[in-house]
Design a protein around this ligand. Structure first.
Ligand code: HEC
Ligand code: HEC
Length: 205
């Protein structure tokens, strides 16, 4: 009789081990959609059209739920690939880190906690209301993202490093919890921002 119990314990331990190893490797997440490199647009002869094409490609990232869930239209973040309203209900609060009663950091810790599908980062907080992208067209996001009054006082050049190197933005490519990562890689997104900025930062029509 005892061997049965032991066998069960061993099998259960092995199953937990395999599961956590799979989660640690990020298995269970759908693959990221591809992002075209700047060079693939070389057939476009018109310089303005070319610049706008770089942004249109980049907007595949900007409009992905990994970004818009934290850049929502209202005061409530969204969750998952379907971008449903955050459960439990949490709100922006005065500093983007939640109301006094329910602060983001009470649940969102320094890093992802995959066994619970819990996203994490030391600076987890909602993007300010003037930086909302949810429901906007690539052209609308483009116009807004270039405006220092609505982009945190940045120049377009500053956007290269912010999108290309910021680790909170980078979370979107390693989101864990079975979420689809943002398209391409952060380095590929950076190359597109750079190409767009260096070609005059033209917005798509
Ligand atoms: C009571 C716990 C709790 C609090 C407080 C909380 N969250 Fe969450 N949040 C969760 C859980 C659990 C998940 C994962 C569930 C899921 O994605 O389906 C989550 C997921 C998210 C996601 C989804 C990411 C994605 O793309 O799928 C965002 C964005 C988010 N939270 C933002 C916030 C912000 C911003 C705050 C503070 C204003 C906050 N959360 C406060 C529990 C909490
Ligand atoms: C956990 C929430 C969160 C996620 C996820 C997130 N952001 Fe943000 N984002 C913020 C916050 C907070 C700010 C404001 C901080 C600042 O200005 O430095 C911000 C600001 C920005 C800005 C500068 C302001 C603007 O609108 O021009 C850009 C660009 C940006 N984010 C890009 C992205 C991209 C691209 C993604 C997805 C790949 C992303 N963010 C995902 C929270 C988030």
């Amino acid at each position: 009789m005892i061997p049965h119990r032991r066998l069960f314990t061993l099998l259960a331990a092995a199953a937990v081990g395999l599961l956590s190893a799979a989660l640690a490797r990020g298995e269970g997440s759908p693959p990221a959609a591809p992002l075209a490199p700047p060079a693939s647009f070389s057939a476009i002869a018109d310089p303005a059209e070319l610049s706008a094409a770089y942004f249109a490609e980049l907007s595949k990232v900007l409009t992905s739920p990994r970004c818009t869930n934290c850049h929502p239209a209202g005061d409530r973040p969204r969750q998952g690939d379907a971008a449903r309203p955050h459960q439990p209900p949490v709100f922006r609060g005065p500093d983007g880190k939640g109301l006094t009663s329910l602060r983001c950091a009470m649940c969102h810790r320094e890093a992802n906690f995959d066994p619970a599908g819990m996203p994490g980062h030391p600076h987890w907080q909602l993007a300010p209301a003037e930086m909302a992208w949810e429901g906007k067209t690539p052209r609308e996001i483009c116009i807004q993202i270039k405006e220092p009054a609505r982009n945190g006082g940045r120049s377009v050049e500053d956007l290269i490093a912010h999108i290309g190197d910021d680790t909170l933005v980078g979370w979107a490519w390693a989101p864990g919890g079975g979420r689809t990562p943002a398209p391409g890689t952060q380095a590929e997104a950076k190359a597109l921002v750079r190409a767009w900025v260096e070609s005059g930062a033209v917005c798509p029509k």
